[in-house]
Design a binder for this molecule. Structure first.
Ligand code: ACO
Length: 328
C-alpha cells in the first residue's frame, strides 16, 4: 500500500492527545525517526522526558503541548462555546472539558488548524474519540454521515479481489438507515481510492442474496441499493448479497450470476455495527489479516481512533494513514 511513503511526501502534523501513555510517547519518537508525520503530543513534559530517558529514545522533533497548562485554553474554550452554545455549553464547562478530556483539546487543535489531524483512543473508548470529532470538527460540507472503514490486508492474494478489502462500517453507526448505508458505501469508495489507491466495487451485504430471504432488515439493504441507483453513483455495486456471494466467484455464479460485482467485491458494507464489528474481528483473529483502522470518514478533517490494545506500530501506522487522509 506504500502508506508510509505517501505520508512522508505530504508531511502533515498529527496531534496525539494521549501523551500520558508510554506507547504514544514511543510512537511519537518513531514517527519522527521514520519521517511519516510531524507529531504533536499533548502530555506532561517531565513525565514524557522520563519515559523517553528510561526507554533510551529521543524526543527531538516531537512537539510537546503541556496538558496541565495548555497555551490556547482560552481561545479553544471560546470556540467550543461558539460551537456548542445551543447545547448548553458555557465557558466554565468548556475549560473543564478541554482540561480533562484530551480528545477535545486535540480535536480543537485540528479545528483551529494548529494540527492537520488527530489520532487518539489508546486510552479512551471509540465513542469518546468520535464525540470529540463530531462535536468539534463536524461533517465535511455536503456530507451528512460520519462512518468508518477498516482496511483489511489479507495474508493471501485472491484472483478476484486481490489482497486488500475494505470493511465498513465496523465502528460508528449502530443501526444505519438505508440512506446511511448508501452514504457509507459512497464514502468507502472515496477512502479506497484516496488511501489505498483502489477502485472500489461495493457489496451491500445481508443474510439474503437477491430475494432468497425476506425480512425488514433485508429491505433496508435493498433500499440502500435503490438510493445508490437514484444517486447515479459512478462506482460498481451490488445490494442484497450474502458475504460468500460477495467475494466467492463460484458462489456468486450460482446465487446471482447477473451481477458483475458479486464474487469480485472489494468493499464489503455490513448491514449494522454488530455484524461489522464482529466481522472484522473474526477475519483479523481467525484469518490473520492485518486490520488498519478504523478510518473515520465524513469528518471535515481527519480524526482516527486507536484500539486500547494498540501497539506502538499500530499507532505509527494509523498516524501514517491519517496523514495521507489529511492530504486529500
Ligand atoms: N454522522 C453524522 N453525525 C452524527 C453521527 C454520525 N454517524 N453520530 C452522531 N452525529 C451527530 C449527532 O446527531 C449530534 O448532532 P447535534 O450536535 O447537532 O445534536 C452530534 O453529531 C454530536 O453527537 P453526540 O450527541 O455527541 O454523539 P451521539 O450520542 O450521537 O453518539 C457515537 C455518536 C459516539 C458515534 C455513537 O453512535 C456510538 O457510540 N457509536 C458506537 C461507537 C462504538 O462503541 N463502536 C464500537 C467499538 S469500535 C472498534 O471496536 C474498532
Amino acid at each position: 500500500m506504500k502508506i508510509r511513503e505517501k505520508a512522508r511526501e505530504v508531511q502533515k502534523s498529527v496531534v496525539l492527545p494521549e501523551g500520558t501513555d508510554e506507547r504514544v510517547v514511543t510512537a511519537a519518537a518513531k514517527i519522527v525517526e521514520l519521517g511519516v508525520a510531524k507529531p504533536i503530543v499533548l502530555g506532561h513534559r517531565e513525565d514524557m522526558e522520563r519515559v523517553a530517558n528510561d526507554l533510551g529514545i529521543s524526543l527531538r522533533g516531537v512537539e510537546i503541548i503541556e496538558a496541565k497548562n495548555p497555551p490556547k485554553l482560552e481561545t479553544y474554550a471560546q470556540k467550543l462555546v461558539e460551537l456548542r452554545e445551543k447545547k448548553g455549553m458555557t465557558l466554565e464547562k468548556a475549560r473543564e472539558i478541554l482540561l480533562t478530556d484530551p480528545n477535545f483539546y486535540g480535536a480543537m487543535m485540528v479545528k483551529l488548524k494548529d494540527a492537520d489531524a488527530m489520532v487518539s483512543g489508546s486510552n479512551s473508548p471509540t465513542a469518546d474519540v468520535l464525540r470529540a470529532g463530531l462535536q468539534v470538527i463536524g461533517t465535511r460540507p455536503g456530507i451528512k454521515t460520519v462512518s468508518s472503514v477498516f482496511v483489511m490486508e489479507l495474508t493471501e492474494r485472491q484472483e478476484s479481489y486481490g489482497d486488500v478489502l475494505l470493511f465498513g462500517d465496523c465502528s460508528v453507526i449502530p443501526v444505519p438507515t438505508a440512506e446511511q448505508l448508501a452514504d457509507i458505501a459512497e464514502a468507502s469508495v472515496v477512502t479506497a481510492h484516496n488511501v489505498v489507491g483502489m477502485q472500489g466495487k461495493v457489496a451491500l451485504m445481508t443474510f439474503s442474496t437477491k430475494g432468497s430471504a425476506h425480512h425488514p432488515d433485508v429491505d433496508v439493504v435493498i433500499e440502500a441499493g435503490k438510493i445508490l441507483e437514484e444517486r447515479n453513483v459512478k462506482f460498481q455495486y451490488t445490494a442484497e448479497v450474502q458475504a460468500d456471494a460477495a467475494i466467492v466467484k463460484s458462489i456468486a455464479m450460482k446465487k446471482c450470476p447477473e451481477s458483475k460485482v458479486a464474487g469480485n467485491a472489494n468493499i464489503l458494507i455490513f448491514p449494522n455495527l454488530a455484524a461489522g464489528n464482529i466481522g472484522y474481528k473474526l477475519v483479523q483473529r481467525l484469518a490473520g489479516a492485518n486490520a488498519y483502522g478504523p478510518l473515520i470518514q465524513g469528518l471535515a478533517a481527519p480524526i482516527n481512533d486507536l484500539s486500547r490494545g494498540c501497539s506502538v506500530d499500530d499507532i505509527v501506522n494509523l498516524v501514517a494513514i491519517t496523514a495521507v487522509q489529511a492530504a486529500e
